[in-house]
Design a binder for this molecule. Structure first.
Ligand SMILES: Nc1ncnc2c1ncn2[C@@H]1O[C@H](COP(=O)(O)OP(=O)(O)OP(=O)(O)O)[C@@H](O)[C@H]1O
Ligand SMILES: [Mg+2]
Length: 487
């Protein structure tokens, strides 16, 4: 299917999210859509997929003008989109979600649907239990399910908005294989929205670059990465250097802790992190690193062992009590655990006030968030809701809501969804905290990031903390082997 977008415009208040974008996409190709945070990528794709209407401009499919009023309408016209944050319904079963949004709401045929879903899963090597509930699936599996729903619905054009943030390396390979097959063998038109330039290089044949709502460039792939970065930012952004580390007093001490939930048991973890250290946790998704982080935050109670914060035994303290003692935790699920989509930025500021008194001083909250919006370069206003912000700006908001003085900062995928320049800005802010003596523990799926940003790295594999290495003495290859369980 040939897609043409002509002069698409969309404005939100003063923000020109899409400012006259025109582009043409051919069938059988994979296109990359690039641009810094807030450039207008998701907005453009939501317009193409019927999620929201443009203010003006036209869409042509195979030369015919179309106007979609809903994602369901777009899907029956051949356009399907996998959103940046999944839209499925967690308490439902896989099979029910699959049937959702189908044209024939009445007389749902479970038997036929089951057969169809099994057939699709077989074709793309996806293994999913049809009777499991959505909340028991990993993010990667939820994506696979959504992809199958779109394909069964007749999608000829498939849009994937940052599909590889938060899924495992294996799931990523599976996803990329399916994408290649869909384009090369089935002639579909694929669009990958991503900040990971190596992924765009690996998968796409062509890239479009947006900046401030406009198309500023397009190129065939391969194209030198520096050139792509220049197109995105106008010039290659400098990378900040990690300041030297001078260990202070111990901040976090974990002694022989056993942390378990229904799915995974992590036994006998011990480590000590001094003030000012940046400590990376590496491992495949679900290897135990998240248990450790949540255990330190007070969100997962250890079955055995002790956890000390600045010398004080906090093993049985709640999250709130640990917060007051100077710990903070930043979850990966931005809109699930971190922010509340319908609340404004000012309201978020009021919610995180340390005093938690009954009366809210709204003027004070407004002043405070205004300062933080500019300090953290958030594109948004105090009265914007968190849900209106672009993905990268939501991530910045999470950081903006942290307290000033912290002893311990626990971060899950801190730069998820950030473009390279924004990610670097976040690390500069984290370096400043480190210099003030904050100990930082973080999980990342990006081994380059772990090696570049950490002082020490703990390697997790299969529910064990297998060893601790010095970041400057290891390489991506070596770390990759250790994560896979090889010495
Ligand atoms: N529903 C909305 N209401 C108000 N402003 C919005 C809305 N949707 C998008 N915007 C604004 O439009 C601009 C473009 O946002 P968009 O989500 O398209 O960016 P993006 O390129 O996808 O960025 P990211 O890489 O951070 O996901 C941003 O400034 C954003 O705040
Ligand atoms: Mg986006």
């Amino acid at each position: 299917m040939r897609v043409e977008l002509r002069e698409i415009r969309k404005q939100f208040g003063p923000v020109k999210a899409n400012d006259g974008i025109s582009l043409v996409l051919e069938g059988g190709q994979i296109y990359g859509l690039l641009g810094e945070n807030g450039a207008g990528k998701s907005t453009l794709m939501k317009i193409l997929s019927g999620y929201q209407p443009p203010d003006s401009g036209q869409i042509f499919l195979n030369g015919r003008p179309v106007r979609f009023h809903s994602p369901a309408e777009a899907l029956s016209g051949g356009v399907g989109m996998l959103y940046q944050d999944p839209l499925d319904i967690p308490p439902f079963r896989v099979i029910d979600n699959y049937l959702l949004g189908r044209e024939s709401g009445l007389g749902l045929n479970y038997k036929a649907a089951r057969r169809q879903l099994r057939e699709l899963a077989g074709r793309y090597n996806f293994a999913i239990d049809l009777d499991a509930t959505i909340d028991s699936l990993s993010l990667g599996e939820r994506q696979q399910l959504e992809l199958m729903r779109l394909l069964a619905g007749g999608a000829q054009v498939l849009i994937l908005d940052e599909p590889t943030t938060g899924i495992s390396a294996e799931q990523k390979e599976l996803l990329f294989d399916s994408m290649r097959r869909l384009a090369a063998q089935e002639g579909k038109t694929l669009i990958l929205v991503s900040h990971k330039l190596d992924e765009v290089q690996e998968l796409c044949q062509h890239a479009f670059v947006l900046r401030r709502g406009q198309l500023v460039g397009q190129t065939g792939i391969p194209c030198p990465t520096v050139k792509l970065v220049e197109m995105m930012f106008g010039q290659a952004p400098p990378r900040s250097q990690r300041p030297p580390f001078e260990p202070g007093d111990p901040v976090l001490e974990v002694e022989a802790a056993t942390l378990a939930d229904a799915r995974l048991r992590v036994e006998n973890v011990s480590l000590a992190v001094p003030a000012g250290e940046i400590f990376g946790l590496a491992g495949l998704e679900g290897s135990g690193q998240r248990h450790l982080l949540r255990g330190c935050a007070g969100l997962l109670r250890p079955e055995h062992g002790r956890i000390r914060l600045a010398g004080q035994d906090v093993t049985h303290w709640s999250y709130h009590r640990r917060q007051d003692a100077g710990a903070a935790y930043l979850a990966a699920g931005r809109l699930e655990e971190g922010l509340i989509a319908g609340l404004t930025l000012t309201e978020h500021m009021a919610l995180v006030r340390p005093d938690r008194s009954f009366m809210v001083d709204w003027n004070q909250a407004h002043r405070e968030i205004t300062g933080r919006i500019s300090h953290y370069h958030i594109v948004g206003r105090p009265d914007s809701t968190a849900g209106e912000l672009s993905g990268g700006n939501q991530q910045r908001l999470l950081f903006a809501l942290l307290r000033d003085r912290l002893r311990l900062l626990l971060l899950e995928h801190p730069t998820r969804g950030l473009d390279v320049r924004s990610a670097d800005t976040i690390w500069q802010l984290l370096y400043r905290r480190r210099e003030q003596g904050t100990a930082i523990l973080f999980i990342s799926a990006d081994l380059d990031e772990i090696i570049e940003r950490s002082d020490r790295i703990a390697v997790f594999s299969g529910g064990k903390m297998s060893r601790i290495v010095l970041a400057r003495e290891t390489t991506v290859d070596e770390l990759g082997h250790l994560i896979g369980g090889q010495a």
